[in-house]
Design a protein around this ligand. Structure first.
Ligand code: ADP
Ligand code: MG
Length: 762
């Protein structure tokens, strides 16, 4: 049975014939065993993956170079080079003068035109037709085409129409083989395709390069079509049946030779599923290995300090979510496998308490803990919050940032090294090479996506043989499906409920002039009561580009309405609705010192209103602010609006958020979602849904991993399926050793590299 040697790339492996027991070969419909000789004479019907390794045969050096630059060396590479889309071929009758197009035609007659003068290029002229018209196609420099394309041949021609019934061919390829008409054609995943009329035939369009065009690639693919029969099937029959997916060869065929959108999509889905399955398998295996890794200090000392702290020093009671997160962290820390937990909870949800709990567990066990934040402001805020939360517990803590004075820094470093300092909060300054911990047991990384992998690893690998437990925190709620793509191998905890006493922010959509006036009236009322307010505009200056990238992209969807600029709005308000109040300006174009001055004016209460761009999205925490007014709200994405709104409602006072928009904003499901929901996780799910439905086609989608075939968030559901399948596979066969998974293991190694099967150090 071939499957017994699955790791040899040359092994002949029958698709779908993986089974544990290898029966003896018998003659068809009898039980007579075949002799060795008979077996050797029998026609080969198994795919030969080795044939996929055969080199491509480009015509000419230029094409060879072009193929190389696309990474296409072998037949197998070519078959994996998927079309970026397929285009409907044009009809002859519809061609305009000078138009570049691809047409699907049939040859009526073809002849070489005699070359009369020296130096004149040999021409081949063919009369070709489709159901709409006939035209004269001219091929240059290829006299042999007369024999290759006899009358009756169906062709795809790419070139330029001259508007007088002539067509200069730049690329050509024979068209429309029927599936099944070739000796090695794989079974089709879809219905059998009879020859279709030439019009409207879809033509695969390939990513091309300088030396090689899409049509040339198409020609090569057509020439290599038989090799599709040699493609190995990484997905077991079980997986394919359970997920209702076609086999790999058919999926590739459906993409290269499109017959209908549905077929192509079925093929794409199958390939995307495989891609997602492979990455999920890799992550799950890594997680399993990580969980098996030991060496982290198991924190199981008496929780004297943390218990006292939770019971009496902490100035409030934990919310339900916080209590659950604390319990999960406690259990993680008690093991000698390093914790890798992601704590998601939006701004103000109380993540710092969880972080501090983990850190105090380290301290009370005689170890150290560090919290790293991406900016100095955040680090300072954390340090202040932590000191408040400690409520007088005697814990030696310090702050270390880029602006810590040299003497102080030396002192801090010495105390970290000696172990005198139990708890440290800081920025990247914590991962400078001369920072040494005596015994770092817990590392907390705030807004972890803002650090590079290396920076995160730097904190974690102080002593590789003794990895710390790590808590990653993020304020960006990520729908489960997308978390699978971004942080697939982390354990997660979520904080949904806002701390007790916090009231949801009353959010209103304001589109008419009367409502605007009412909003300003409310704002002035708050100011009169001693509260403060934010006014956010999409632009800095009236004439320039949107102040940030997301606004720019989203803006494309809502071109109407004049955009407000922070600088102009400040002047306008000063002389208008907010006359007599103290206004401050904050935007990304200001110098750091100016920004600092504006922020401290606002937080000290010297300024009543902060007129700003989205720079205030992070890093400002003024509990006295109770109004958030957002201009041109339709220009922002859900998550950004939600973040902005989170700037208010941070104190004891009721807060309100006004979303100012053009009249059409009334119909925006995004803005209505903001009005109706305050849970960031719910909003993230809705955001995903709306994006899938295309309300926001151009929003930024980075950060969801880069896949060759799958695309997120559109394929979120497929990702979910792949994850579930990967979990089932790993549960039953963690090392992928069974015959059924042998080819999957090979594919995992082939596409993700040999490291994919190895445990990676954390
Ligand atoms: P995050 O880091 O998630 O943005 P913080 O941890 O800074 O949020 O908490 C925001 C504020 O809420 C802090 O002032 C904190 O003291 C307070 N807080 C946290 N948890 C609770 C709770 N359970 N009850 C009341 N206040 C809380
Ligand atoms: Mg925080």
């Amino acid at each position: 049975m071939p499957a017994t040697k699955p790791h040899e790339p040359d092994a002949e492996v029958a698709q779908g014939s993986m089974s544990d027991s290898a029966p003896e070969a018998v003659a068809f419909a009898s039980n007579r065993q075949l002799t060795r000789e008979e077996l050797e004479r029998a026609p080969v019907r198994w795919p030969r993956p080795s044939r996929l390794l055969e080199p491509l045969e480009p015509q000419g050096r230029k094409m060879a170079a072009g193929l190389r630059s696309l990474g296409l060396q072998t037949v197998g590479d070519l078959l994996e080079h998927l079309p970026s889309d397929s285009r409907e071929a044009r009809t002859i009758a519809a061609l305009g003068a000078g138009e570049q197009a691809t047409v699907a035609v049939e040859v009526r007659s073809i002849a070489a035109r005699p070359v009369r003068r020296r130096g004149m290029r040999p021409l081949v002229e063919a009369s070709v037709f489709d159901p709409t018209a006939t035209m004269r196609a001219t091929f240059f420099n290829q006299p042999w085409l007369v024999d290759r394309y006899p009358p009756g041949t169906r062709l795809l021609l790419h070139g330029k129409a001259d508007g007088r019934g002539g067509f200069g061919v730049s690329h050509h390829a024979p068209a429309q083989e029927r599936l099944g008409s070739e000796p090695q054609a794989p079974a089709s995943c879809a219905t059998g395709h009879a020859a279709e009329p030439a019009t409207g035939e879809a033509v695969a369009h390939y990513p091309a390069s300088d030396g090689v065009t899409s049509t040339q690639i198409l020609t090569l693919v057509r020439g290599s079509r038989a090799a599709l029969g040699d493609v190995t099937e990484a997905l077991s029959a079980t997986t394919r049946v359970l997920e209702g997916l076609p086999d790999r060869a058919s999926a590739l065929a459906a993409m290269h030779f499109p017959h209908s959108r549905e077929d192509t999509e079925t093929g794409r889905r199958r390939l995307a599923f495989e891609e997602l399955l492979l990455t999920q398998l890799m992550f799950l295996r890594r997680r399993a290995h990580r969980r098996a890794q030991t060496g982290a200090p198991a924190l199981c000392e008496e929780p004297a300090l943390t218990e006292r702290w939770l019971a009496s020093s902490l100035p409030f009671e934990l919310t339900g979510d916080q209590a659950r997160a604390v319990e999960a962290v406690r259990a993680d820390l008690a093991r000698s496998n390093p914790m890798q937990r992601l704590l998601m909870g939006e701004v103000g949800s109380g993540k710092t308490v969880i972080a501090l709990y983990a850190m105090l567990r380290a301290v009370e066990s005689g170890h150290q803990a560090a919290l790293m934040a991406p900016t100095e402001t955040l680090a300072e805020q954390h340090f202040a919050t932590i000191q408040g939360l400690l409520g007088g517990e005697p814990v030696a803590a310090a702050l270390l940032t880029g602006s810590t004075p040299a003497r102080r820094r030396r002192d801090v470093l010495a105390k970290l090294d000696s172990g005198e300092l139990g708890l440290i909060v800081g920025t990247h300054a914590l991962i400078e090479p001369d920072v040494r911990f005596r015994s770092l047991a817990v590392a907390v990384i705030d807004e972890q996506h803002r650090f590079g992998v290396r920076q995160r690893a730097a904190l974690e690998s102080q002593r590789p043989e003794r990895p710390p437990h790590t808590l990653h925190m993020t304020a960006t709620p990520i729908p489960r499906t997308l978390a699978l793509a971004r942080y697939p191998d982390l354990d997660t905890s979520k904080l949904h409920d806002l701390p007790r006493g916090r009231r949801p922010i009353d959010t209103r959509l304001v589109t008419g002039e009367t409502d605007r006036a009412g909003a300003y009236e409310h704002l002035r009322g708050e100011l009169a009561a001693g509260r403060q307010a934010y006014v956010v505009c999409p632009l800095i200056d009236a004439v320039e580009q949107p102040a940030d990238a997301e606004a720019a992209v989203v803006g494309a969807a809502a071109p109407e309405g004049e955009l407000r600029a922070a600088t102009a709005e400040l002047e306008r308000l000063r002389g208008g609705e907010l006359r007599g109040y103290r206004l401050a300006l904050l935007h990304g174009g200001m110098r750091p010192a100016e920004k600092q001055a504006a922020m401290s004016a606002f937080s000290s209460g010297e300024a009543d209103v902060l007129v700003a761009t989205t720079v205030i999205e992070v890093g400002i925490d003024v509990a006295n602010a109770t109004v958030m007014l957002i201009e041109n709200a339709e220009r922002f994405g859900i998550s950004q609006l939600h973040q902005l709104r989170g700037r208010v409602g941070r104190g004891e006072h009721r807060s309100r958020c006004f979303l100012f928009g053009a009249p059409s904003a009334r119909g925006s499901r995004r803005l209505r979602a903001l009005v109706e929901h305050s849970d960031g996780f719910k909003l993230a799910e809705l955001d995903l849904e709306l994006r899938n439905e295309g309300e926001l086609s151009g929003t930024r989608q980075s950060g969801f991993g880069h896949f060759r075939i799958a695309s997120l968030p559109q394929d979120a559901q497929l990702l979910e399926l792949a994850r579930a399948r990967a979990e089932a596979i790993v549960a039953g066969d963690p090392e992928l050793l069974s015959a059924e998974h042998a080819l999957l293991a090979v594919e995992l190694e082939r596409t993700l590299g040999s490291g994919s099967l190895e445990p990676i150090p954390v």
